[in-house]
Design a protein around this ligand. Structure first.
Ligand code: NAI
Ligand code: MG
Length: 378
């Protein structure tokens, strides 16, 4: 029996191509795994009315980790229009499988390492090496939203405090509410995860990103908990910054930062910023990590305009595979993959279109796999 069971979820469009590429690289190292295909994505929505079928959920309950490509999502109405005729009018509502996966399996960490590989023509600056820990389940993305605002809620708001009186005269359909909900538990576990990572990987500083001067209740809580947690890690400096200033400082001096931790929305923003500084979508790998399951993916989507062309950059997904190995405790193998990626980028002979070259997806994967095979025979 293989040592690990890995769920393999290609999804749609280029998701299929980049996972094929990652498999070539994983096959080039001695990683003992059984890969089990899982159905996910647009065709299952159209055909079965569920983009994340129950059988895939069951599969994820019985694996060590998962690799996920990308899916195509569409707004609710557009999605309904594409349902097979037999399923139309049954009240089925499209919901994003990746969002559901994060909720169902409580994948509360979104981990995004952003490292500038030497010689990548897309680097903003050489030497950037940032790691973002983004809370992945709550905050403004908790899904508690009202549009129109129901009377029970507007009545409560009017009663509760003066500042809301500006809304007192409004009808429910004249405003909308999205709730930012941050729990003590949710905040503590993501902050602790960031400090633990820093400790294990010899990182010097954790920067807490917030807006506690304005969003006092929720971000105030996040910051307060961060200060408590930091007390348990005397060897690691804690720093803090407002999200707006943070975007400026990151561009001005990315070398002042190391590990960043943030509530969901701010984490979403800074992780895209950091990813762009080290090459953009073709290089952005991420892990959705919980206590029992972790799902690794490139941060990009299914890029329908390139689907079937095998021209997109697979490095994001190959680095996601590397993150999976690290998470499984196979970091020696993960390190070898990263070194092979670094070598191919530094040589500059194989470059996909986004890097200014004309190499295809699987040529990039082969080049990286080639380095691993050579290393194994030396
Ligand atoms: P996208 O990330 O799929 O692509 C945007 C553009 O980025 C592409 O047209 C391409 O120019 C570039 N790009 C993306 N991946 C690349 C790669 N590996 N190498 C080189 N260039 C790359 O975002 P878009 O077009 O907004 O969304 C397309 C579909 O993907 C939508 O249905 C969207 O809902 C879905 N999506 C799914 C995600 C997921 O599965 N986690 C995440 C983001 C979007
Ligand atoms: Mg995003």
């Amino acid at each position: 029996m293989a040592k690990y069971r890995i769920a393999w979820l290609p999804g749609d469009g280029i998701g299929i191509e980049v996972l094929e590429a990652a498999k070539i690289v994983l096959d080039a190292i001695d990683f003992e795994a059984e890969y089990i295909h899982g159905d996910i994505g647009w065709e299952f929505w159209c055909r079965e009315g569920d983009a994340f079928p129950q059988r895939t959920i069951e599969l994820l309950k019985n694996v060590d980790a998962a690799m996920f490509g990308a899916i195509t999502s569409k707004p609710v109405k557009a999605a309904e229009a594409e349902l097979s005729p037999a399923l139309k009018g049954k009240g089925l509502v499209y919901r994003s499988p990746i969002v559901r996966m994060r909720q169902l399996f409580d994948l509360y960490i979104s981990l995004r390492p952003c490292k500038a590989f030497r010689g990548n023509p897309l680097n903003f600056k050489e030497g950037i090496d940032l790691v973002v820990y983004r809370e992945n389940t709550e905050d403004l993305y908790s899904g508690v939203e009202f549009s129109p605002v129901p009377e029970e809620l507007s009545d409560v708001l009017k009663k509760l405090s003066k500042p809301f009186s500006a809304f007192a005269a409004l009808e429910g359909d004249e405003y909308a509410i999205s709730c930012k909900i941050n729990t003590r538990k949710g905040s503590e576990r993501i902050i602790r995860a960031a400090f633990e990572f820093a400790k294990k990987n010899g990182r010097k500083k954790v920067t807490v990103v917030h807006k506690a001067n304005v969003v006092r209740a929720t971000d105030g809580l996040f910051l307060e908990i961060a200060k408590e947690v930091a007390g348990d890690y005397p060897g690691i400096a804690m720093d803090e910054a407002n999200i707006d200033a943070m975007t400026m400082w990151l561009l001005k001096n990315p070398f002042n930062y190391d590990v960043l931790v943030a509530p969901n929305l701010y984490g979403d923003i800074i992780s895209d910023l950091c990813a762009q500084m080290v090459g953009g979508l073709g290089f952005g790998a991420s892990g959705n990590i919980g206590e029992k399951l972790a799902v690794f993916e490139p941060t990009h989507g299914s890029a329908p305009k390139y689907a079937g062309q095998y021209k997109v950059n697979p490095i994001a997904t190959i680095l996601a595979a590397k993150m999976m190995l690290d998470w499984l405790g196979e970091s020696e193998k993960g390190g070898r993959i990263e070194a092979a990626v670094a070598e191919v980028i530094a040589e500059g002979r194989v470059r996909t279109y986004d890097m200014g070259g004309s190499s295809k997806t699987l040529e990039m994967a082969e080049a990286i796999a080639g380095k691993l095979r050579v290393a194994a025979t030396v």
